[in-house]
Write a protein that binds this ligand. Structure first.
Ligand code: NAG
Ligand code: NAG
Ligand code: NAG
Ligand code: NAG
Length: 463
């Protein structure tokens, strides 16, 4: 594969360019602008939902720290009887899991989104049972909140804590009318915000499964409700886990729609948090991970990796850091996959300042770039399609690089087969020397059948 890749990574001198037709269309070009300084990297996409084992220190520290994980989200999900949550009178183990996961998050200085719906037990509770607010009766839910609040206080779970009011009500984790959920949202917000001890805790929601859309009443009614009720969360949240061909399922579009809907509703501006990203049918691979993280970095919005691993009693869900690691059985050490290696490179190698970027206009190819003391690094990903794209890096002089000459580009490949496949280190795809001029350089990016799940890192070294 290395020789093929190198041959395809053709130098583009002016004279050569006159003779070759670029093998990409103009909609397929992503741009890195080194003259734009977007500030220090914070690796905004280094978040996971669930994925932390119940047992403290089960996963070695380096798997958290080297991937820069700093956003976590859990609530003891998917435990079967006798641990189905509050609504079954079975909350204890779910609470223990939540507390343990919170402590793990804090061990790494992380921020933690507490999933109330898991503690309540929505994953095992069907229509036939009592739900919060049924027949206008909130007494059981109020008692639930009182217990959770007292435990948060008793265990000093305040630093880094975020309260996620109710995850994905419209997807199936709420089995009552929408209006009853809105009522729950307002009540829960007020219970926390008005609490004498926990009033400062950050509140997050609505955590809808579907991104904002003008014809989705879960969104429009939610925004109208929080505007009128004065209960807008500190972080508006939604998920990017839909089909790839759904244009709403792209931060570039969903942010625009969200701002329009928010303004139309008169709801206040707040932070945004995408607390589940990656459609795990298609996007469980470094190519898609890097495509998403490029967008999170462009728009300065945090994202948390989706995780639908399940397993007996949720044992795989609450392990493997949301499909970044694997081991065949408990007697073996954990090993990382290509997604973990990509996040490691993103978090530990991409130092300096973040450059400006523009994704390709076909919305399939994107890039994240940093200008380090030592070199410029670019990480690229395609949203899991084969084909040819191109990367232009411009204003090279702004990063102290010559405006013309020869550039040796080192390529690393973050490969992937299935989540269980180990990748011990990024694959070395060699160095290609390119002629360039006009203070910019363009290289072709090939996503062959072999490499359609691969993310690439490019390191620039002037010759
Ligand atoms: C919203 O959803 C409708 C119906 O599914 C779709 O036609 C439309 O393109 C979506 N996007 C926006 C921004 O309204
Ligand atoms: C907000 O909603 C709650 C719960 O439904 C209700 O008790 C309260 O009166 C509402 N407040 C405002 C200002 O609308
Ligand atoms: C499910 O997991 C919880 C937490 O680890 C544990 O306490 C419980 O015994 C498990 N239940 C079964 C049936 O394995
Ligand atoms: C990333 O940085 C580490 C630490 O400096 C270094 O050992 C490693 O070789 C770098 N990885 C790549 C792919 O350059």
């Amino acid at each position: 594969m290395t020789p093929l890749y190198q041959i395809l990574l053709m130098p583009l001198t002016v004279s050569v360019a006159a003779h070759i037709v670029p093998r990409w269309v103009s909609e397929a070009v992503a741009i890195v602008d080194l003259a734009v300084n977007k500030g220090q990297p914070q690796h905004l996409a280094s978040g996971v939902i669930y994925g932390i084992p119940d047992e403290p220190d089960q996963i070695p520290d380096k798997f958290y720290t080297e991937a820069g994980l700093h956003w976590f989200r859990a609530g003891g999900a998917q435990m079967g009887a006798p641990n189905r949550g509050w609504s079954w009178g079975e909350m204890e183990q779910r609470w223990e899991s939540t507390l343990s996961n919170y402590r793990t998050a804090r061990k790494y200085g992380g921020k933690f989104q507490l999933l109330l719906h898991d503690l309540w037990g929505t994953d095992f509770t069907d229509e036939s049972r009592m739900w919060p607010g049924d027949n206008g009766d909130w007494s059981d839910y109020d008692q639930f909140l009182n217990v959770i609040i007292q435990r948060i206080i008793d265990n000093n779970m305040i630093a880094g804590m975020h309260i996620d009011i109710w995850n994905e009500p419209e997807w199936g984790f709420w089995k009552r009318p929408q209006a009853q959920w809105l009522d729950l949202f307002g009540r829960t917000f007020r219970r926390f915000r008005d609490d004498p001890v926990l009033g400062q805790l950050q509140i997050i929601g609505p955590s809808l499964s579907l991104p904002p859309n003008a014809s989705n009443t879960w969104w429009t009614n939610f925004l109208a409700y929080v505007a009128a009720n004065n209960t807008a969360p500190d972080h508006y949240s939604w998920h990017h886990i839909e089909a790839l061909d759904n244009p709403d399922n792209d931060l570039q579009n969903s942010l625009v729609t969200f701002e329009k809907l928010r303004e139309a509703a008169g709801a206040p501006k707040k932070l945004i948090n995408i607390n589940e990203y990656l459609n795990l049918g298609d996007e469980l691979n470094p190519a898609a991970t890097v495509w998403h993280l490029s967008r999170f970095e462009r728009y300065d919005i945090p994202g948390l990796r989706a995780n639908w691993r399940g397993g007996d009693n949720g044992s795989h869900l609450r392990d493997f850091l949301a499909s970044l690691l694997w081991r065949d059985d408990k007697s073996l050490p954990y090993h990382p996959n290509g997604d973990w290696q990509a996040l490691k490179y993103y978090a530990t190698n991409m130092t300096g300042y973040r450059a400006g970027t523009t994704g390709s206009s076909d919305r399939l190819f994107d890039a994240y770039a940093t200008v380090g003391q030592d070199k410029v690094r670019v990480l690229t990903g395609v949203r899991v399609k084969t084909g040819t794209w191109a990367l232009t890096i411009k204003n090279l002089g702004a990063a102290g690089l010559p405006s013309s000459g020869q550039m040796a580009i080192q390529t690393w490949g973050f490969t992937y087969k299935i989540p269980e496949t180990e990748l011990a280190a990024p694959t070395d795809r060699g160095v290609a020397v390119h002629q360039y001029s006009n203070d910019e350089i363009t290289i072709a990016i090939y996503h062959t059948e072999e490499d359609w799940k691969t993310a690439w890192a490019f390191e620039l070294n002037p010759v």
